[in-house]
Ligand binder design. Structure first.
Ligand SMILES: [Zn+2]
Length: 461
């Protein structure tokens, strides 16, 4: 009995000690991030010296060179390397131009931008009647009779009642992604899509689209229109359905080009064969400078390794930062990383992505087994002092998802999402809209979770 008691006492004391150690480690991570962070300076360079980093562009290559050189200057990284990956190259060309004409000669200019991957219009542009729809399903209802030879205007807004704005985005993005492919089936000659933005403003928001199996000769140009202009066009159409819409864009698709994922690594001390990945995507759309999407995720991921080193922590497992190329219009980087990991038989136990903006962190969403989710729940109290409360199941990140197997844990950082879609894929996704403390809090929150998974591992059954 006495022995049992002392054993119980031993466990109580040792778990109290580890709780204290964890609390101290998290405090040290957050303190260092807030007083001596590097992420904001890195982002300043990426955003203001390099700018938008569309796959295959000079700027994307400059971002590869810059982040590699910065990782090489970090004390304590054992290896930094580039992982080659072929990526698509699409260019926007000259600025797009659009207006609608209520009567011959009476025109109103509207802000549009080509969707990523769209074909160009004929060099003189397209001018024809425009038909407003709210969904892909509406196309079948209207049929060829109403759509042939016309421009289809997809105008279903994001649902303002969704608190998680990513859910509202998911509820709308089919118009942008598949609108042109579907409208072409009914003989439409162009597509205009309401920007995926909860705010009323004058910024058109680009984003990827797909022609699916539409033959090249049947592909029709697609552009996004700002929310203000979408509303104006919609009201004008209700007054006069014969309005004509004109737009012109000269984007172009080229052959694939060579690019790279940028990778830095700290070898684990006791379990070097178990790999933990933390990452974001280095490419961005071209309209802004890609600060929130996803310059922030890249510098936060670099910061995770630096913070752990800076606080004197020696990782048991191998920690990797991966800056993925081509998330926006191809996901080639994420797929390549997973393919190489599989070919090398690498064992990844945990992957964490930051690709939801640089706003105040709220928590994480996890893709994992029940046992691991339970484990994560047991860490919640450690995060409470930092106002990190969200530990939910859900989507992790596009770049890390190809790594998934039924054992490992995948997670996504979840910052406050209310303002994210004001900037997402638009010309106002720029450096001045990122707050330094919010960015650094995100990095510290990520580093804390990486520390916990490194220290305690995952449940493998
Ligand atoms: Zn992104």
């Amino acid at each position: 009995m006495k022995r049992l008691l002392s054993l119980v006492t031993f466990f109580i004391i040792s778990s109290a000690i580890s709780q204290n150690t964890d609390e101290a480690q998290l405090k040290s991570i957050y303190d260092t991030a807030l007083t001596n962070g590097k992420g904001y300076d890195w982002l300043n360079h990426l955003s203001n010296q390099i700018g938008g980093r569309l796959s295959g562009s000079v700027q994307a290559q400059q971002a590869v060179d810059y982040t590699k050189s910065q990782l090489e200057t970090l004390v304590g990284l054992d290896r930094v390397w580039l992982q080659p990956v072929m990526v698509p190259k699409w260019t926007r060309g000259l600025p797009e131009f659009a207006y609608f004409e209520t009567e011959p000669g009476i025109t109103t200019n509207v802000p549009i931008c080509a969707l990523g991957g769209s074909v160009s219009t004929p060099s003189i542009g397209i001018k024809t009647k425009v038909v407003e729809v709210k969904s892909l399903d509406d196309l079948a209802i209207l049929g060829k009779q109403r759509l042939e030879g016309n421009i289809v205007f997809f105008n279903r807004p994001m649902d303002a009642t969704e608190i998680t704005t990513f859910t509202a985005y998911s509820g709308c993005v089919d118009q942008r992604y598949s609108g042109a492919a579907e409208a072409a089936k009914y003989g439409a000659v162009g597509v205009i899509v309401r920007s995926m933005n909860l705010r009323q403003d004058d910024f058109p928001h680009t984003g990827s689209m797909s022609y699916g199996d539409t033959p090249v000769k049947d592909r029709i140009p697609a552009a996004a229109i700002s929310t203000n202009a979408a509303d104006l066009l919609s009201i004008s159409l209700s007054l006069n359905p014969d309005i004509k819409f004109y737009f012109k864009q000269n984007c172009q698709q080229y052959n694939d080009v060579q690019s790279y994922n940028v990778i830095g690594e700290i070898k684990g001390t006791t379990n070097p064969d178990e790999i933990i990945v933390v990452g974001g995507h280095l490419d961005s759309w071209d309209l802004g400078d890609g600060s929130h999407d996803d310059g922030v995720g890249c510098v936060q991921s670099m910061e995770v390794l630096r913070l752990l080193k800076e606080t004197g922590y020696k990782p048991k497992r191998t920690l990797r930062v991966v800056l993925f190329m081509n998330e926006e219009n191809g996901l080639r980087g994420g797929n390549k990383y997973a393919e190489v990991a599989k070919n090398k038989n690498e064992k990844h136990i945990f992957a964490l992505e930051s690709d939801a903006g640089g706003f105040s962190p709220r928590g994480f969403t996890f893709n994992c087994t029940d046992a691991n989710f339970e484990k994560v729940q047991s860490w919640k109290s450690l995060f409470e002092p930092y106002l990190i409360h969200l530990f939910d199941r859900g989507f992790s990140g596009a770049d890390i998802r190809p790594l998934n197997n039924d054992k490992m844990v995948l997670a996504g950082l979840r910052p406050d999402s209310q303002r994210y879609f004001d900037h997402h894929h638009a010309a106002n996704d720029t450096f001045e809209h990122v707050n330094k403390r919010e960015l650094q809090l995100g990095a510290a929150t990520m580093a804390s979770l990486v520390y916990l998974f490194d220290n305690y591992g995952i449940e493998e059954n």
